[in-house]
Design a protein around this ligand. Structure first.
Ligand SMILES: NC(=O)c1ccc[n+]([C@@H]2O[C@H](COP(=O)([O-])OP(=O)(O)OC[C@H]3O[C@@H](n4cnc5c(N)ncnc54)[C@H](OP(=O)(O)O)[C@@H]3O)[C@@H](O)[C@H]2O)c1
Length: 241
């Protein structure tokens, strides 16, 4: 497909890296210049252009802009009725995107994560999920959402990623102070957590690690007694509000 990217920041760059070399013709907007130049240097199928030239060269245009600036940026541009637009913008719903990119069709809101560059990453999507599955699966998995309310709830819950990384990172720092190779220590803990969660549902994993008096049970109960579950639930509800 002829794919365009308006806004070439952190997340657009990751998506481009995931799609490059797969037979698409990709045009990215010049901003951010550091990102767009690096993509063009790395991939033969990526070209840098001004915003209107990105739109003109594309059948499907991805919006990697900040929601606060998107309306002003898109109002400057002319879209075609035979085009589709997919937005990465967490802060703009599909109806607004449809107004800003008319007469193009606002096909979907898609919330990717940086891991999409390598594959194996979840993608949250509301709208034409078949279109996105065709582009991003089977390297990644597209999770279809059914309403703005579901998108909002998923957006809140996905924020568990940062505290989860903090937990593993702090345990790795603790371990790193006690062993000869701190890098190996962090590698071990990251693999331990990611591989076991990949292989098993959360409730089953907790049960499997629930040997009475075992280290896993003792640490979990220690943290639960310190309010971990109540704090998480309150934080998620606050995000949703
Ligand atoms: N980061 C994530 O993990 C993630 C995940 C899912 C969704 N999102 C969503 O994706 C969007 C972008 O996030 P991000 O983290 O990638 O932010 P970012 O790195 O700041 O990307 C925003 C991009 O928009 C560019 N831009 C600003 N004005 C422009 C204009 N007039 N024309 C063309 N480009 C312009 C910026 O260029 P300059 O740098 O030159 O200003 C920058 O490249 C946000 O709406 C966010 O909600 C992000």
């Amino acid at each position: 497909m002829r794919l365009g990217f308006l806004g070439c920041g952190v997340i657009a760059s990751a998506v481009v890296r995931g799609l490059a070399g797969k037979g698409h013709q990709i045009t990215v907007s010049q901003r951010s210049a550091t990102h767009s130049a690096a993509l063009a240097a790395a991939y033969k199928d990526v070209t840098v252009a001004a915003n209107q030239a990105v739109v003109d060269a594309s059948d499907l245009v991805f919006l990697g802009l900040m929601a606060e600036t998107a309306e002003a940026v898109l109002n400057e541009l002319t879209f075609r009725a035979d085009q589709k637009v997919v937005s990465f913008m967490a802060g703009a719903d599909l109806d607004h995107v449809a107004d800003w990119a008319a007469p193009a069709a606002a096909a979907a809101v898609m919330i990717p994560f940086p891991g999409i560059a390598q594959g194996g990453s979840p993608v949250m999507a509301l709208g034409d999920t078949a279109l996105l599955a065709g582009l991003f699966e089977p390297d990644n998995r597209v999770f279809a959402l059914r309403s703005n309310a579901e998108l909002k709830a998923y957006l809140s819950a996905q924020a568990v990623l940062s505290p989860a990384a903090r937990l593993v990172g702090d345990a790795a720092d603790w371990l790193g102070q006690r062993v000869s190779d701190p890098v190996q220590a962090e590698d071990f803990l990251r693999m331990l957590v990611s591989a076991n969660l990949q292989a098993s549902g959360c409730a089953d994993l907790i049960e499997a690690l629930n040997t009475p008096g075992g280290f896993n049970q003792r640490l979990r109960l220690h943290m639960e007694e310190a309010g971990m579950r109540e704090n998480l639930s309150a934080g998620l509800s606050e995000l949703e509000r």
